[in-house]
Design a protein around this ligand. Structure first.
Ligand code: 3HC
Length: 287
């Protein structure tokens, strides 16, 4: 089995940038594909921000940061993924957009041993691999936010994923990236979001109904249950647009009211109050 040394990441939003950081930190050569030239600068800035986070915390020296960044290159040309052994798709949580990217990646990546992983947080992998020429290479590898700090990656094989791709992915994530993996069946939401999303939405419904204030809902879970962040602060970290997309995908699959996004969440997304990334969500980060 060929050792994974060359990785591709498609999409460089909050999750994509974190995954690029994780891969470069592991000493890999990382090629980042974004949709258009002007996005390259934004992508580079996001990766730098993620890496600088560890410099600020004293976890990484400036010299190591510079060496890490040298291992990362940016392009808007999918063809530059042709020699990659592992490619992570990290574009927004939209089934059609993800499917198109997976098709494009599959068309250019040459090695039959390569793995094409989607970091979807909720959409079944078998559905995403529809239309892909070699679906046996497609797998789900769901990273958590912030990717450099969170130790878990959820793995999901689609109905057509080859056993070899499963073995290679688990070995790569555990031995090279140093994360713990959990496996689950190919159902919307996988393990973590099946448990987390109803909880986050309950927190939002509590606020929406006037049951308690945002600070108190968060303090309740932070101080009462030792969670690092309460549900509303965690929504702000994940991004309210992402929480909405994940909830919708789960509602679409199960038709359970507990996955239905509350009106307050939908209105906040309409208003562009997406959380930390836009400066305001349930809390204000502009100071
Ligand atoms: N490397 C890079 N970025 C890091 C980082 C690291 N080691 N540690 C934190 N960050 C980033 C965060 O993304 C955030 O970014 P910002 O600059 O854009 O605001 C900021 O640093 C927050 O961290 P702070 O420095 O303010 O605070 P901490 O260092 O105390 O961060 C934490 C702690 C690791 C974020 C901790 O609060 C925590 O564990 N929170 C819970 C996180 C969690 O539950 N994540 C899972 C979300 S669910 C998910 O991702 C699934 C999805 O499908 C919905």
């Amino acid at each position: 089995m060929e050792e994974v040394r060359q990785v591709g990441v498609v999409g460089c939003g909050v999750m994509g940038a974190g995954i690029v950081d994780v891969c470069a930190q592991a000493g890999l050569d990382v090629r980042v594909v974004v949709s258009a030239r002007p996005s390259v600068d934004r992508a580079r800035a996001r990766v730098l921000k993620s890496v600088d986070n560890r410099v600020r915390k004293g976890l990484l020296s400036e010299q190591d940061r510079d060496a890490l960044l040298e291992r990362v290159s940016f392009t808007d040309d999918f063809a530059e993924l042709r020699d990659r052994q592992f490619v992570v798709e990290a574009v927004p949580e939209d089934e059609e957009a993800k499917r198109l990217v997976l098709k494009e990646v599959d068309a250019v990546v040459e090695s039959d041993d390569a793995v094409i992983a989607s970091t979807t947080s909720s959409i079944p992998i078998t559905a995403l691999a529809r239309g892909v020429e070699r679906p046996e290479r497609v797998i789900g590898a769901h990273f958590f936010n912030p990717a450099p700090a969170m130790r878990l990656v959820e793995l999901t094989a689609g109905l057509l994923t080859a056993q070899d791709a499963r073995v290679r992915t688990e070995a790569f994530v555990t031995e090279v990236l140093g994360k713990r993996v959990v496996w689950c069946q190919d159902r919307a939401g996988f393990v973590v979001n099946s448990l987390l999303v109803p909880y986050l939405l309950s927190g939002i419904r509590m606020l929406e109904s006037g049951f308690a204030a945002a600070e108190d809902i968060d303090a309740g879970m932070e101080l009462g249950c030792a969670h690092p962040m309460g549900p509303l602060r965690l929504c702000d970290l994940i991004g309210l647009d992402v929480v909405t997309a994940v909830a919708r995908a789960m509602y679409e699959e199960y038709k359970e009211p507990l996955y239905s996004p509350p009106s307050l969440l939908l209105r906040m997304v309409d208003a562009g109050l997406l959380g930390r990334k836009t400066g305001r969500g349930f809390h204000d980060y502009r100071r």
